[in-house]
Design a protein around this ligand. Structure first.
Ligand code: ZN
Length: 121
């Protein structure tokens, strides 16, 4: 691994924040949430973005296209948790497909990335 310590700590912080956010989202929706769309009315996850309607609209669009919503959140949560586990076992930042080092720029953009760009599906 050729990520330096301070970069790794920043990425770990970002992952922990993301994990907490996802856990709040998942807690708010529950596993029985339907995917018919009424989550928009009571989503606690979007409250913080009300000041920026454009971002909120983008989020809604993104989430609606990723049906079912809860499975998508669980997938993201799993990626984040796995990335944190990899940090503890010194395997963080290694492409799961080709086993090569993922560029730091990609990890900074997406700390939970499992693969390099070439191997992203
Ligand atoms: Zn790769």
């Amino acid at each position: 691994m050729n990520i330096d310590e301070s970069q790794l700590e920043e990425l770990r912080d970002a992952l922990e924040v993301e994990r907490n956010t996802l856990e709040e989202e998942l807690g708010g929706h529950g596993r029985v949430q339907s995917t018919t769309g009424d989550w928009q009315g009571n989503s606690s996850g979007l409250e913080g973005t009300e000041a920026d309607p454009t971002d909120a609209a983008d989020q809604i669009e993104e989430l609606v296209t990723n049906v079912p919503l809860v499975e998508e959140l669980e997938r993201q949560h799993r990626d984040v948790v796995d990335a944190l586990k990899k940090m503890d076992t010194d395997t963080y930042g290694i492409c799961e497909v080709g086993k090569e080092q993922i560029p730091i720029e990609r990890l900074e953009a997406n700390p939970a990335a499992r693969t390099c760009i070439a191997h992203a599906q």
